[in-house]
Design a protein around this ligand. Structure first.
Ligand code: AMP
Ligand code: ZN
Ligand code: FE
Ligand code: FE
Length: 294
């Protein structure tokens, strides 16, 4: 039985569950702690934190950021993110502005391909959350342009798709500096996705560590047991912490379950304890005080 899940999404970005539903589901599935890590937004965090207090589960506020580093593009998960830091909020506002510009470019590209989709169709799928490619996939599916979300990514939205448009993002150096200055714990998300060999990945991670990276997401839904073992070893060798999460999005990504991922994810509470120890060693708080959140 998994005990924690430190990578999840809600309707504040491209998940299907509201922050309240997500935290309640985490409690009901027997988890002791959950982090909410929506893409580029803090909007769901106070509602999730209130629900966590109500239902009695430990909550860690976070978010997920896409960053570039040279030719590479990958994701960071930030944990223990402060909600009242003006320059983090400003950076996120700027990212959301770029995201919206990019969404209109994608609409234009789809229209040029003869697909009659409007921004309103996509907005209808996003509700009041930050609009992202999964919402485009849902709209394309509803219009019958594709028969699955995966086909939408393969043919149109993914990095080799015909309507692909990268979003402008922070550099890893900028993001890590910002997160460290505000006392967050920056984690390299799903390292397998970077697609580097063992040695190249190790030297990238060492470089990122010098810029402020604190942990690697060794436990992840798409990691095989041997990948997990190898990321755990790498973290130990580089004196980095370890994190883990399912990347749960709800029914919009039906194969991934909260806590258990594809069925065999099993993240022990000790993972969270070790991350907290690293924070305590640096004099950083490990409790998310309600006064910080509300
Ligand atoms: P965005 O933030 O708009 O770039 O969208 C990111 C979301 O799209 C994440 O939830 C990803 O899991 C999802 N995504 C990105 N690439 C793919 C892909 N090739 N197939 C399926 N989902 C993807
Ligand atoms: Zn997502
Ligand atoms: Fe990600
Ligand atoms: Fe994610």
């Amino acid at each position: 039985m998994p005990e924690i899940d430190l990578h999840t999404h809600s309707t504040a970005s491209d998940g299907s569950y509201s922050p309240e539903e997500l935290v309640t589901a985490a409690k009901n599935s027997g988890l002791s702690a959950i982090a909410l890590t929506d893409h580029d937004t803090l909007n769901g965090l106070d509602r999730a934190a209130r629900t966590a207090l109500d239902v009695g589960i430990e909550f860690i506020p976070g978010c997920e950021l896409t960053v570039t580093h040279g030719a590479l593009r990958f994701h960071l998960v930030a944990l223990w993110l402060p909600l009242n830091a003006v320059d983090i909020q400003n950076a996120l506002d700027e990212i959301i502005r770029h995201r919206n510009e990019r969404n209109h470019i994608i609409i234009g590209k789809l229209n040029d391909l003869g697909i009659g989709i409007t921004y309103e169709d996509v907005l209808a799928k996003a509700g009041d959350g930050a609009v992202g490619r999964p919402h485009f996939a849902a709209a394309l599916l509803e219009k019958g342009v594709v028969t699955s979300a995966q086909e939408a990514f393969d043919r149109y939205l993914g990095s080799t798709g015909k309507a692909y448009e990268p979003k402008k993002v922070l550099t890893a150096a900028h993001a890590l500096d910002l997160l460290q200055r505000h006392g967050a714990t920056p984690v390299l998300a799903h390292p397998y996705q970077i697609g580097l060999g063992k040695d190249e990945l190790a030297s990238l991670i060492l470089e990122l560590k010098e810029m402020g990276l604190d942990a690697i997401e060794a436990y992840y839904s798409e990691h095989s047991p041997s990948q997990t073992r190898s990321f755990l070893e790498l973290a130990k060798r580089l004196d980095l912490g370890v994190s883990g999460g399912s990347d749960f999005h709800g029914p919009i990504k039906p194969d991934i379950k909260l806590g258990t991922g594809r069925g065999r994810l099993d993240i022990p509470y000790a993972v969270l304890e070790d991350l907290k120890k690293r924070r305590l060693n640096r004099g950083q708080p490990t409790e998310t005080s309600p006064t910080v959140l509300f």
